[in-house]
Unconditional design. Structure first.
Length: 122
């Protein structure tokens, strides 16, 4: 659907100040968009020519139906199961808490944080 050009003096108070310059420039943009110069017009592209497309496109009436169609998010694991699985990892279990967080230095906190990240990745 094309965009309608602006009418003369669309910016009533400012049109006189700019002597119609603003309307003229906006109408040039509108003309370019309507003519395909800036997009907005219908076009077809072959699926093979689309770049950065997702590996999977799920169809469905809504997000929940789309997830169900590709079996995403259909696990019966609970959040408690996930927490238990992480806590059971020997790398996580071996981590020691910071003795006194109130007096810990930035280096101690960074070291503990990096150890946690490494343990979770293991």
């Amino acid at each position: 659907m094309p965009i309608e050009p602006l009418k003369k003096k669309a910016f009533s108070g400012t049109s006189n100040i700019f002597n119609g310059f603003l309307e003229k420039k906006l109408n040039e943009i509108i003309t370019a968009v309507n003519g395909g110069g800036g997009g907005g017009g219908p076009a077809s592209v072959a699926w093979g020519d689309v770049t950065d497309k997702p590996v999977v496109i799920a169809a469905g009436a809504d997000a929940a139906a789309a997830r169900l169609a590709i079996e995403a998010g259909t696990s019966d694991l609970t959040a408690a199961d996930a927490v238990a699985a992480v806590a059971a990892k020997t790398e996580v279990a071996a981590l020691a808490p910071i003795a006194d967080p109130g007096t810990a230095t930035a280096t101690e906190v960074a070291t503990a944080y990096n150890a946690l990240v490494a343990a979770l990745k293991a």
